[in-house]
Design a protein around this ligand. Structure first.
Ligand code: SF4
Length: 388
């Protein structure tokens, strides 16, 4: 067994958005910082290769790669291409292949030439951080792009030969109504992306908006408005031919994000870069969060791991169940029981019965999945499977 997916974290942005608590450093990025960071990424990958040899990737697997951030589209293409080439070479030595390669991009940071070079480097999928089509909302969020930049970015992607384009949108913005949210989705539809991710805004206190919210100076829409946005948005996207395949993700047929499916199927994934998280069977770990520590540990030929934990079999099984339930197809008992060697139906008999009675889970003899109500209360459902 090896990894099935590689996540590469790019922790640089032009400016920090008011709601963002991702690990990213704002400010003008100097070329030598990007180069140093990428040489760290390469060194980190080589250390993993040394550690795992030909087992770094699962034999015969179609590996996925995802450049996330931060703003990966600020990175020079040749550096991105070098990482892709390294992963490909390692995959060949494991008799595996590399399939889907996604890069997150912010509108306003990409042009046709840049995208054509990404396409040549092997990138197959662009995930655009659109977030909203309302210029006032975008400005309030601290985003540097406007709605016309999103349209231009999609046109650039198409001109460079990318069909597999995903748009990220954020619902539940301050002052947003259900109608405004639906208008966002309608404007997204005009661009006909292959994939849409819709996230509801929830603020953490270490962001400017989170602090304002805690001080009572910023109000998010009421819970019933958020629920209506989610319900009506979901119905609308389904009517427009998008299949909801995960709580927050919708795709045209054949355009699901394979990389994210790896997470929800609890496959092994390797995270490279600052703060990146990884999972390998019962082990979970994440990397250091400062550029200085990251560079210093790699200089010393050490994996830049800051935190690691060994999970009990009970936790791994619970994760397998609730991550699988995030997908709308849910889980198949036989499949999961074979993977984890445990009879799920008898182990969780009481929990499954209760959640089915509460109409949060739809259960039949083959498997179970979340009901529409269960998707809204997903965290309550997931908590029921975690050991005490
Ligand atoms: S662009 Fe994305 S990662 Fe960067 S600050 Fe804004 S939300 Fe955070």
């Amino acid at each position: 067994m090896g990894f099935s997916a590689v996540y590469v974290h790019i922790p640089f942005c032009l400016q920090k958005c008011n709601y963002c608590d991702f690990l990213s450093y704002p400010g003008k990025l100097r070329a030598e910082v990007a180069e140093q960071y990428f040489s760290g990424l390469e060194r980190e990958f080589i250390l993993w290769q040394k550690k795992m040899g030909k087992n770094i990737f699962t034999q015969g697997e179609n590996i996925t790669v995802y450049f996330g951030g931060g703003t990966p589209s600020l990175m020079p293409v040749d550096l991105v291409a070098e990482i892709i080439a390294m992963v490909r070479q390692a995959a060949v030595s494991c008799r595996s292949t590399v399939g889907e390669i996604t890069i997150e991009a912010n509108p306003g940071t990409i042009d046709k030439t840049y995208l054509a070079a990404l396409q040549k480097a092997g990138v197959t999928r662009i995930s655009l951080g659109a977030q909203s089509f309302d210029d006032k909302d975008l400005a309030a969020m601290g985003r540097l792009h406007n709605a016309s930049d999103i349209k231009e970015a999609v046109a650039f992607c198409r001109a460079a030969g990318f069909d597999n384009i995903s748009l990220d949108l954020i619902a539940n913005l301050p002052g947003q109504t259900v109608e405004k949210w639906l208008s966002n989705l309608e404007q997204a539809m005009v661009l006909a992306p292959a994939h849409i991710s819709c996230y509801g805004l929830h603020l953490s206190e270490n962001t400017p908006w989170g602090r304002k919210q805690a001080a009572g100076q910023l109000l998010l829409p009421a819970e019933e408005v958020e629920i209506a946005m989610w319900q009506r948005g979901r119905t609308y996207l389904q009517q427009m031919g998008y299949e909801q395949y995960e709580i927050s993700n919708f795709a045209k047929p054949g355009s699901v994000c394979r990389h994210n499916l790896n997470y929800w199927r609890r496959e092994n994934y390797l995270g490279l870069g600052l703060g990146a998280a990884s999972c390998y069977e019962n082990h979970r770990w994440s990397n250091v969060e400062t550029l200085e520590n990251y560079a210093a540990m790699l200089q010393a030929e050490q994996l830049p791991v800051a935190f690691g934990e060994e999970l009990t079999d009970a936790v791994v099984l619970a994760e397998g169940v609730f991550l699988g339930l995030r997908c709308t197809e849910g889980i198949l008992f036989d499949q999961l029981e074979e993977k984890y060697g445990t009879n799920i139906r008898s182990l969780y008999e009481k929990e499954i019965r209760q959640l089915a009675e509460e109409k949060l889970l739809l259960v039949d003899e083959k498997g179970m999945r979340l009901s529409a109500q269960g998707q809204l209360l997903a965290n309550n459902v997931f908590a029921a499977f975690l050991p005490e």
